[in-house]
Design a protein around this ligand. Sequence first.
Ligand code: G4P
Length: 193
Amino acid sequence: MKLLEERILKDGHVLGENILKVDSFLTHQVDANLMREIGKAFATYFKSTGITKVVTIEASGIAPAIYTAEALGVPMIFAKKSKNITMTEGILTAEVYSFTKQVTSTISIAGKFLNRQDKVLIIDDFLANGQAAKGLIEIIEQSGASVEAIGIVIEKSFQEGRKLLEEDKRKVVSLARIQKFENRKIVFMEADA
Ligand code: G4P
């Protein structure tokens, strides 16, 4: 997605070996116009696949996911990272290990929001090691729903996530794919949409 790549080049900052800071438009301050375009791009790609729900994980997945859900005309559900006192029954959970933070956390979704007829599109802001997507797939499949594909805003293709998901026969559609960081410069490879 050209608009997204241009914005990453303009406002993204490479931190250390493998982190891209995009807090001015995606992970902290959010550019709603760009999110709307991202939502439309995913919706155009998936319009004929019969998606019934969009699922993401809090926090930074929520913005691209809600615009994707709006463009597809379906609900969006976000997995929670901490237990909420109102979540009392029928909770589906999975363990997610974060390589970045080196902690395992339990993510959860209330089972009543997913059923066997659902065809789910997972949306997330970053694909790095793929652990978040793996946890979401596990939760969604516990409900009997099927995962149609994983839509990613920014994929760091030099990390393991895509390989891990494709080895599991999952379809990954990324709007920007970063091949490498070279002297703090971002080098893209061809994106999926
Ligand atoms: P994984 O989810 O692909 O397995 O990756 P990893 O464990 O390495 O990432 C953990 C967290 O760090 C995730 O967010 C992920 O989106 C984020 N992340 C990974 N690489 C980058 C990067 O290059 N830049 C930025 N800005 N974030 C990155 P999270 O902990 O779930 O945080 P949030 O969504 O609540 O903000």
